[in-house]
Design a protein around this ligand. Sequence first.
Ligand SMILES: Cc1cc2nc3c(=O)[nH]c(=O)nc-3n(C[C@H](O)[C@H](O)[C@H](O)COP(=O)(O)O)c2cc1C
Length: 142
Amino acid sequence: MPELYHALYHSQSLVPDTPSVHNEILTVSQRNNSVAGISGFLHREGDFFLQYLEGPKTLLFSTLARIGRDPRHKNFEIIESGTARTRMLPDWQMGFTDPSQLRISDLLHVSENQLQINALDPFDIVTLLVNNSHGLRSSVAA
Ligand SMILES: Cc1cc2nc3c(=O)[nH]c(=O)nc-3n(C[C@H](O)[C@H](O)[C@H](O)COP(=O)(O)O)c2cc1C
């Protein structure tokens, strides 16, 4: 059994906040991630992307490297990674949330354009999103 890993990163979007932009990312992600055995979610809030991924270590890091080179975002920063005992989102090759499900800025009491995940709280947010995974969507209605 390959070692199970997880990672959480944030980045700044360079593409408009529209369903077609997100559906394009989701379709490719779901296809690639199901082949690689990767699951997770992508959250977008303003220009802030937050993505959580879990899967076999080597494939997870090659996927992260590919995502990090994607010109649709910048300031890509992994804020947490490590081994995982079990998957938190086994059934989500890539789920999507936006402020219609959850406003992280409200939770952290900051304005949307000041969103930053501090070193101490990323997994609180993952746990929160996972606990609300009924709010995850596999595509966005236009
Ligand atoms: C915010 C964001 C999240 C992404 N997430 C994933 C992902 O989870 N899995 C994936 O394979 N590609 C993801 N992508 C797309 C990759 O950067 C890349 O375009 C894609 O993997 C290339 O796949 P292809 O070679 O099959 O066309 C993401 C892109 C962005 C901008």
